[in-house]
Design a protein around this ligand. Sequence first.
Ligand SMILES: Cc1cc2nc3c(=O)[nH]c(=O)nc-3n(C[C@H](O)[C@H](O)[C@H](O)COP(=O)(O)OP(=O)(O)OC[C@H]3O[C@@H](n4cnc5c(N)ncnc54)[C@H](O)[C@@H]3O)c2cc1C
Length: 313
Amino acid sequence: MADTPSRPGSPASHDTDLIIVGGGPAGCAAARMAAGVGMRSVLIEPDTLCRNLYRIGALNNVLGGHTAGPALADAITAELRSTELCRPELGRHVVELRAGDDHVAVTLDTGAHLTAPYAVVATGVGPLQPRDVPWITAPSGLVLPPLWQAGADDAEGRTLLVLGGDRLIGTFLRAHPDTDVRLLVAYPAADAYKTEEIRGDLRVTLLPVEHLTLRLSGGGAASADVVSQGGARRPVTADAAYLSIGNAPTAPPGDLVRGADGYCPPADQHPRVIVAGDLRSARFQRIMTAMGSGSEAALRAYYAARDLPSAPG
Ligand SMILES: Cc1cc2nc3c(=O)[nH]c(=O)nc-3n(C[C@H](O)[C@H](O)[C@H](O)COP(=O)(O)OP(=O)(O)OC[C@H]3O[C@@H](n4cnc5c(N)ncnc54)[C@H](O)[C@@H]3O)c2cc1C
């Protein structure tokens, strides 16, 4: 990896053939496909490969016989590690991406730079935080985990304050059918229809709120002043607070083109920047669609590098 940006121009000045930003299913599929057509890649991922898949307890829409996320994640990780043409850069994240006439340059959190003729960006989505919604007042800079990241140990015998009524609460309850947990689900009127599937679960207490002011103790315990949708005020306490507000795209800063909803439509990007996976739009956010788009992204770079149109004719 170069400490300063390579001089754009000749292919020899690039660090690799393809930079892949994000090591989820889309980024890993891009790396495999790139290697399959002889392209070198560097894949940058701040966490473990396929980190989200490790949290999916049951799968029923993935080919290949996988019925749980961790087994699929292990299989993908093993394949990627044996992919000689791909160099994973784990524990690093991209803080800026710039696209030029003949190269793409990314800056990592270490300050190092990388250049390549093309980049696949597959950074997916991340949870909205309390600061992103008007109905919550919370300490500035507060970052909470999404409920789906809570394991049985985080929940057993505890009361959890869940901010927002997004559908992942149902996923959490189904993944922990025997866990003795109490969920206090505080949600705005707009989320009311999403709470239908959890209303019947005796572990859930629904709190329709107009506004919620949240405080956390050093140990993570949460207390909140809740103004109900009828205007009544009540205090709420819980052992911890989790999010179920929804997701937002997590595109790195720089030259990615964002739509009004924050997503990065592939057709709007610089020709050297190819967006794949969940980052494309709020639709099609599935494992197999992510893999398909990641694979296609790598092939687009392959054809473009050879001045071959992706769509012949
Ligand atoms: C609880 C839950 C259950 C789900 N269940 C299913 C299911 O049953 N079936 C199904 O098909 N789909 C399911 N999904 C959706 C599926 O997980 C996603 O569609 C899929 O993971 C998207 O893949 P991706 O590669 O686009 O993004 P992600 O998997 O989100 O990967 C993006 C990666 O980019 C990395 N990244 C972010 N920012 C940067 C940066 N600046 N620099 C470098 N790297 C960065 C992240 O660390 C992350 O690892 C579920 C999702 C969740 C949350």
